[in-house]
Design a protein around this ligand. Structure first.
Ligand code: PEP
Length: 250
């Protein structure tokens, strides 16, 4: 049985002061994580403070990226060791915005997933097709190729730690969400790929989130699907009531 997992991705939209205020407010009201796990992925500057404010609660705090190298001359980047040194054990990897704007190629995404796993950080591995891929009928091929490359060289036991986020790029931040049926069809394709690659135990253990204009009003329709185990949520995770409602509706 896979436990649903809701992760908020604040991107570059929340200041440190707002982030700390949010955690203070939300932790007073969060349910226990017996039935659903939840996380907030914030800018690096806020992670330490958020971790401190979240002590004693089930709220997980995650990064939005990490660098694949252990250390070195990578000005402005964040290492896995720096994240774990403040207790951060979750990171979004290969978000489409990073793939598009920050040179997160499939090869680098693979290296980042490996580095995260080496440090005991759960990667939320993002995959998803462009609108033109969907319109040309190649969405499945594109997503499977992204997965294959992102997971190359990662054996079954380690792959079970990965969370996959299926995020059709055309649905991110656009208000145009995928239909629950289309999202389920792709998540089933992803599950089948994982089954073929790793066998049933690992394929059934890996959680697959849907992401793309998820909000409190539509999250239940995604959660009702067999192969959708949670959501990666941008815009609707930035407001305390909306974030709580997402968890409530899961
Ligand atoms: C995201 O940032 O991964 C995302 C899905 O954003 P939104 O929910 O705003 O579409």
């Amino acid at each position: 049985m896979r436990k649903p997992f809701i992760a908020g991705n604040w991107k570059m939209n929340v200041t440190d002061e707002e982030a700390l205020q949010f955690v203070t407010q939300v932790t007073e009201k969060l349910p226990s994580s017996d039935k659903v796990e939840y996380a907030l992925c914030a800018q690096a500057i806020s992670l330490k403070g958020m971790k401190e404010k979240a002590v004693g609660t089930d709220l997980q705090i995650g990064a939005q990226n990490l660098h694949e190298e252990e250390k070195g001359a990578f000005t402005g980047e964040i290492s896995a060791a720096a994240l774990t040194s403040i207790g951060v054990k979750l990171a979004i990897i290969g978000h489409s915005e990073r793939r598009e704007m920050f040179n997160d190629t499939d090869e680098r995404v693979n290296a980042k997933v490996k580095t995260a796993l080496n440090h005991g950080i759960t990667p939320i591995l993002c995959v998803g097709e462009l609108l033109e891929d969907r319109e040309s009928g190649s969405a499945d091929t594109v997503v499977k190729a992204q997965l294959e490359q992102a997971l190359a060289g990662i054996e079954s036991a380690r792959a079970a730690e990965v969370v996959v986020a299926y995020e059709p790029v055309w649905a991110i931040g656009t208000g145009k969400s995928s239909t629950p049926e289309d999202a389920e069809a792709m998540c089933k394709t992803i599950r089948e790929f994982l089954f073929d690659t790793y066998g049933p135990e690992t394929a059934n253990a890996i959680r697959i989130q849907y992401g793309g204009s998820v909000k409190p009003e539509n999250i239940a329709s995604y959660m009702a699907q067999d192969n959708i185990d949670g959501a990666l949520v941008g815009g609707a995770s930035i407001d305390v009531d909306s974030y709580l409602a997402l968890i409530e509706e899961t």
